[in-house]
Design a protein. Sequence first.
Length: 181
Amino acid sequence: MLYFTTRDITAIIMCAALWGVLSAYYAPIFWQATHLPFFCDTVGIILLILVMWWVGKFGAIITTGIIATIISLTLYPIGTQFLGFTAASIVFDILTGAIRIQKSPEKSIPKLTSLLLAAIASTAVAGVIIGYIFTSSSFLLTMFGGITFFVVLHIIGGAIGGTIGITLIKALSTRINLQKM
């Protein structure tokens, strides 16, 4: 028997495709306009939380991140900073698997808090990788104090995305529960 069902694969591909396309086409526009990394973090974490809730199996988040990376780099080959988000998806999957919040994370406050902290930690990893490897000479880093400031911006993006993602899965769970009645 296969680990991922057709439904799981569909969810993974849909979330990965949306993340990859948004990162390839809209993230560069947002970056050029603001020089803030919020867009990538927010969209990425929302979709990773959605696929985690939808599939509920270890490896779904990593697979989503890898497919999104392939799509993003195919559409926007100079966007190699997306590799930081690939690493973030690996960290996010490991953290959510380790604290066992992949199944029904919307059911308790401690699970939701852990999910938000996992989102923040994974975007911090993305910030470190992107800051050190890809944007070490950017205006943002030289003007405002270096990598630490850049990581904090990614953490803020992760917190925003985590909050929206948690709200989304809570709303979807409520909707599904109401349909069952």
